[in-house]
Write a protein of this length. Sequence first.
Length: 406
Amino acid sequence: MDFRPMPGKPARLLAALLAASLWLAGCGTIDRPDQGVLRLTNQTWRPTEDPRIRAGDIVRIEALAEQVGDRLWVASEGRSILALSGGGANGAYGAGVLVGWTESGTRPEFSVVTGVSTGALAAPFAFLGPEWDDELRSAYAEGRTGGLLGWRSFAALAAPGLFDSGVLEDLVADYVTPELLREIAIEHEKGRRLLIVTTNLDAQETVIWDMGVLASQGGDQAVELFRKVLLASASIPGVFPPVMIPGVDEQGRLVEEMHVDGGVVTPFLGIPESLLTVTTPTQAPEGTALYVLINGQTGRTQAITRGTLSAILARAYDTMSKASLRTSLTVNLAFAQRNGLSLHVAAIPDGVEASSLDFNPASMAGLFERGRAAAASGLAWSELEGSVPDPVPGPVEPGPPPAVPD
């Protein structure tokens, strides 16, 4: 997720709370042993196929790469990947792009959908297609995020995060239902894949969750874990508390793992790394494409950085995040060019005021509408052909609200 400070209330609030957190460091904690694992003796967890694919598990990583490769090179239709990035409140723009894309009549069905951070929250709806656009609009543009960041949710005294994640938990719980899992399981059975990224802080590694495997298990346990994974992927370290997720260690013991924002390790999940490192070209069938929906901006911005700790930290994080994003785009573009894929990128146009921490409902509704209008008019996506550009095209003015059917 992007911490980019913008003029106005969100930046001032973040600055004040970052300063306060320095005084409160060590107050909010999670009780864990300094060494070893934490046994979960008071929880029951029914053994099932583990939906998580750890970065260090070479066998499962290669199996995932093979599945994705089969969908791109062998499948008779739907040979495309949609990768949704992090970006906090800026996820409203990406949600709007998806809805506007439906209105344009050109939105494809994706073989693989991946989500990181706020992109993880939108990914299940994107995976299931236009029939779930109403849920996207409701989650991002109809005021559900009010109170997500505010003084009333300030929680540094009680938890290892500036804010309580209660509003976010309620939002996830309302939308992740048994019906949602049943629909995802049906699409998974067809060979499509929904992948979510979290960061396991204990192991310092990327974890890719095959959410179709999880959805196919059904039952209350699957629903609960599905919610935990989405919440973890969207939990910015230091801003929201980490999410403790049960796992099994090498000795077969049930343990707690500390998971946080997937954006810590990757801005988006495009082509799996095992495929990216293959240098021998394999020409993809015509029409094979990778779409990267960036919930943020790609270009460098010239600005005077204030000499405060919070401003310096925020600016440094923003700089690091953009550099990581451009690097990931460059690597995926090189793979696409070698293998005959097209790479398309949509991002908030540079020059548009956008803050990843501005969860004001009116601001998010405006950003949603901007994304919807851009996609509906065919202006949201740009194909990368030469090199990764610094900025994307200038602002696209939002169009009129969509007509409400009688």
